[in-house]
Design a protein. Sequence first.
Length: 423
Amino acid sequence: MIATPPARTQDGRADSSASRMVPLVVALFFTWGFSTVLVDTLIPKLKALFALSYAEVMLTQFAFFLSYFIFSLPAAWLLAKIGYMRGIVVGLGVMAVGGLMFSPAASVGAYPLFLLALFVMATGITMLQVAANPLMANLGDEKGASGRLTLAQAFNSLGTTVGPWVGAALILGGSLTPPDPKTTAPDVLAALRATEAHAVQLPFVGIAVLLILLAAAFIIMRNWSGAPSAEATRNRHSALTMLKAHPTLGLGVLSIFVYVGGEVTIGSVMTNYLMQPHILGLVARDAGRLVSLYWGGAMVGRFLGSILLNRYSPGKVLAACGAAAALLAVTSATSGGWLAAGTIIAIGLANSIMFPTIFSLAIAGLGEDTPQGSGLLCMAIVGGAVIPLIAGSVADHFGLGAALLLPAAGYVWITAYGLISRA
């Protein structure tokens, strides 16, 4: 089941009081963007703390993005049952529980507990993703819907830009020299991990407190006359039937899968990549701060892309961005120094318009099948779980430069999808 647009008042518009909720929903977009990108900062810390390989540490992204595959459709079903406002409160509550779980994970110093905490947090974010986009679109008149969504997405990007700076300051300030389990006494090793893990604990517990406050605000506002509602719809076709009937949708699902996987892979390895002597040789904190430029490029690109998409075919713009991203990834993988650093950071700018453009091209012409098509595209976000894990294995055997070739291949496919879909 997918939530349908909320009911309007008799004059066809949501009650004007709903406009007062816009800043609160914008804060929601910022918060989950901020929380999501902290996982990138967490990776080098956990890798050193538990002496993990790249494949092992990429389980963080696997645990996080697996929730999209498992919970996207159940979240839509729950949303149809309880409505937007209560759905957001549930999502915030589950996300807060995940943030609070970092405290016992840090105290125990156990890597599987960190993975569980990330999975629970991501489950809450999945619920927010399903609920917040249609809610934002319907908080006011229909003419302003796209403007409100653009504003919300821009603040989501702001969260992903600020997050690496905060994460670098709070999480990467300690030692990143991995302890050797073979030469370190078990009690000393446990004490060292517990001490270093406390740096991970603070930002996520702080986020949990903020989420609880946001949930309280949505509880207070749930009975406002302008609060939209959600209704259930029947599934008209099976997923397989949908993909067979709409080939462009199937190609779009694959494109979302490789896009999210590539974007997450690059953000995940960037700190360690920039720390390499033949790249920039930075300390962890400085390298982590530079990751914000990658996500900041996506924020700037969304504003620039909105202008280009009004003037040129979306398929052509997507193809151009895909080709640019592939070229940048290959250049970075085969070079060194500031050229390698600059080109990997610049991929964020090329990434900016990809998700919304792929999404809109994939659902074009679906008509009454649009809700199901949207659900399938959301499930494809699981690429953020699968591709980083594969890239981590490649990095362990051939180096981080070689791992960048995996996202590059995905960008080549996105280029082809843009050309196939161009008007």
